[in-house]
Design a protein around this ligand. Structure first.
Ligand code: NAD
Length: 467
């Protein structure tokens, strides 16, 4: 924040007062806001991709278009076409003894929603929650990551141009600003980021009893079964891992595979990288590591694992002078190594061999619940067994990543990978108070249970208690 700018509290108060004055916005207002967001992204697509590339050092426009612009726009279009139905009260059944009363759930905006955005998909992880919060009729204050300063500056300019200042506000700044932001008395706070910062955010929100949705990270496994089409599994895992150079919350973090298939995986992955990113060192379609700190962190994770006995299999050459890390498989890993204890968030992929699918399941279940889980097998029974026996935020079967792109599925974690969910109608509900309403009928029987308690009351009570 610079001198002369209103304080965070003032900006929050402005949104809160506007919401109190304006009440719940009607369908037309919500649609206008969603269309403003759509126009903002559509008209400034190239500038947005440029800003993100500047922040990352190297990020292809194609990746930003495919992984950020497309899901953002498609989420907005989905909301626009379903909003009228989402806003309707939902009829519920009144209990038998209360008939002919009627009950309903009535969606109402919560008020002012806070959104804290990480650096890895700065547009999509801002526009996604923003879409749901605006659809639900809220005003929004959004904090971008200090690691994407060019994008943050651009977004605040664009939002100021496309929205009223009491509709949506973008806040930029460092961790001190993020801390102060998390302490504001929002009506709901959605945080996307690491599990450790998520804990701090929840603590700050607790002081004001602000409800939170925490979209966190963790180690998401990919399990390859004996009945998997190996070449297909390898290509989808390698692709899911290398999009955005592995800096994706739901990227496969490690692979559990039958011991006999380890060498075939290494050979297949090398071939897949050659196909997907030919001449990787000079290939502009392979993303860089977003900051020097994360680049060093990844090099240290890899080197420490090797020093402790792991073997690194580089699948291609990376340019020596850029903040780029070559796709690398790690074998011979174990739980002493940080690479098996921390979320990797980069293009390193440990292979963990197993001797039976039960062993693979036990391995997953001995660790915190992952944000995503991938299972590759063409035998239905094996897939069902893995689905039933493990708990994860979301799953793709015989693919990676794509469950996040389903507007009809909620997206979120469980346990250490997060709480709550959003996307589509589930996001609309997250940012709405689904207010229960009981409507008494003019003629009803509840008076029969009034005191003083006499014979009629006792008869009625016998009926109520079932004899
Ligand atoms: P991070 O936790 O370091 O930072 C996230 C955001 O929190 C940033 O905007 C930062 O400014 C802010 N922040 C930092 N300290 C804070 C504090 N004390 N109080 C309030 N806010 C604070 O995460 P990151 O490095 O930006 O992103 C990577 C992590 O995010 C990974 O763990 C990844 O798995 C996770 N992630 C999760 C999802 C999801 O949808 N579940 C999506 C993307 C990334």
């Amino acid at each position: 924040m610079t001198d002369g700018e209103p304080s965070l509290h003032d900006r929050h108060a402005r949104l809160r007062d506007a919401q109190a004055r304006g009440g719940a916005p009607d369908l037309a207002t919500r649609k206008r806001r969603l269309r403003a967001l759509e126009t903002l992204i559509r008209e400034h697509r190239a500038q947005i991709a440029e800003a993100i590339a500047a922040d990352f050092g190297r990020r292809p426009v194609e990746e930003t278009d495919l992984l950020e612009v497309f899901p953002s726009l498609s989420g907005i279009r989905h909301a626009l076409s379903h909003l009228r139905r989402w806003m309707r009260p939902r009829r519920r059944w009144a209990g038998f003894w209360f008939l002919p009363a009627r009950t309903e759930l009535r969606p109402q905006p919560l008020g002012v929603v806070g959104i804290i955005v990480p650096w890895n998909y700065p547009l999509y992880l801002a526009a996604g929650p923003l879409t749901d919060a605006l659809a639900a009729g809220n005003r929004v204050m959004l904090k971008t990551s200090e690691l994407t300063p060019a994008f943050g500056t651009l977004l605040s300019e664009l939002v100021a141009r496309h929205f009223e200042p009491d509709e949506v506000v973008v806040v930029n700044g460092g961790v001190d600003v993020a801390r102060a932001f998390a302490a504001l008395p929002f009506d709901h706070l959605l945080f996307t980021g690491s599990t450790s910062v998520g804990r701090e955010v929840m603590r700050a929100a607790a002081a004001n009893l602000v409800p939170v949705t925490l979209e966190l990270g963790g180690k998401s496994p990919a399990i390859i079964g004996d009945g998997a089409r190996l070449e297909h599994a390898i290509e989808r895992i390698v692709l899911g891992k290398l999009l955005n150079a592995g800096q994706t919350c739901i990227a496969p973090d490690y692979v559990l595979l039958p011991r006999a298939r380890v060498q075939a995986f290494i050979d297949g992955a090398r071939a897949a990288v050659g196909r997907l990113y030919p001449q990787l060192a000079a290939n502009p379609h392979y993303t860089g590591i977003a900051s020097e700190r994360h680049h060093m962190r990844l090099c240290e994770l890899r080197d420490a694992a090797v020093a402790q006995g792991a073997v690194a299999h580089e699948l291609a050459d990376a340019p020596a002078d850029a903040r780029v890390i070559a796709p690398t498989l790690l074998t011979g890993v174990d739980d002493r190594m940080d690479v098996m204890r921390q979320e990797i968030f980069g293009p390193l992929l440990p292979l963990v061999p197993y001797d039976s699918i039960d062993e693979a399941i036990a391995y997953v279940n001995a660790r915190p619940h992952p944000l995503a889980l991938y299972v590759f097998d063409d035998r239905r029974a094996v897939v069902e067994r893995v689905l039933d026996a493990t708990l994860a935020g979301g799953v793709s079967v015989n693919d990676t990543i794509l469950h996040i792109a389903q507007h009809h599925l909620p997206f979120g974690g469980v346990g250490a990978s997060g709480m709550g969910a959003y996307h589509g109608e589930d996001g609309f509900r997250t940012f709405s108070r689904m207010k229960p309403v009981f409507r008494q009928a003019r003629w009803n029987l509840v008076g029969l249970l009034n005191p003083p308690y006499g014979t009629l009351f006792r008869r009625m009570l016998r009926l109520l208690l079932g004899g």
